[in-house]
Design a protein around this ligand. Sequence first.
Ligand code: SF4
Length: 347
Amino acid sequence: MELSELIREGSFSPSPAAVEVLLGSDAEAREALFARARRARAETTGDKIFLYGFVYFSTWCRNDCNFCYYRRDNDIARYRKGPDEVVDAAERLVASGVNLVDLTMGEDPEYLREGHRTATAIIREIKERTGSPVMVSSGVVPARTIREFAEAGAEFFALYQETHNRELFARLRAGQDYNGRMESKLAAKAAGMFIEEGVLTGVGETPSDLCDSLIEMGRVGAAQMRAMSFVPQSGSPMEGRAESDRVTELVFIALMRVLYPHALIPASLDVDGLSGLAPRIMAGANVVTSIVPPRLGLRGVAQADLDIDEGARTVAGVSEALKTLGLRPATTAEYRERLAEISRLIP
Ligand code: SF4
């Protein structure tokens, strides 16, 4: 039986051979997968799409990931936003209608020296002022610090392995500890937080690696799972590498949706801006991430500036785009209901 028929009939499970076909020339199988992913999303979250605001509050980092623009050895302009600026950005985002504020930083030595007391205080203040759900993307930090984040009220801890192939991990995240990174996620889960796991696509992963990542995301108990296409970053060791064609990201989004219908799966605005939203949503994503308040000097990760100061990465811009797809932004009450449901489903 053709792969597209297997997918349509629901008797498909991802194997390296099937993933290879999906990434290759079989466009009919890919479309069947995307259609099945959309059905799975409709059955769990209907026409609702969750919106996340993004505050990248420190672009300093002690690490030297080979794919990253903000790696330690890249000679670039950096910033470290003060607590008042971070809280102000978060308040603007919540007022505009986001369902969660994602507080992201590099592994900034300044914040690390402070034992993250400043980051914890920022979380507490945002919770007090807005009541909004909060995600912390702080990089690897001690379990004690993660517990402080949880006690301050943060619901989510995001930490991306980027690959579950240890050799590829060592090439991407040079000098970092694979197990330590996994343990940080488990520490967050033990502290009662939801966790987000993620992969980077287009960095030399094989179909077998992708299948392993699908399994690991479930094994670690991720409530949110993301795939993001590699974008070459100037000044980084991977600058000369070809840009990813996006097919792998879209297929991986759809596979995550089919395997984990309950999961929160982002369509990030960070790779292709607002014009990249529709294909990711059509592949089964149910979250829009990287909504950034314009003109505050905040940056993205994969695309530092794309669509930010033009005001396209806003709730208004995203809502219009969703309407054309027959979807709508969720309310924060609906987002909380989703989180409650996920906590019942994930042990
Ligand atoms: S990916 Fe994160 S940890 Fe790695 S260099 Fe960039 S900011 Fe630092």
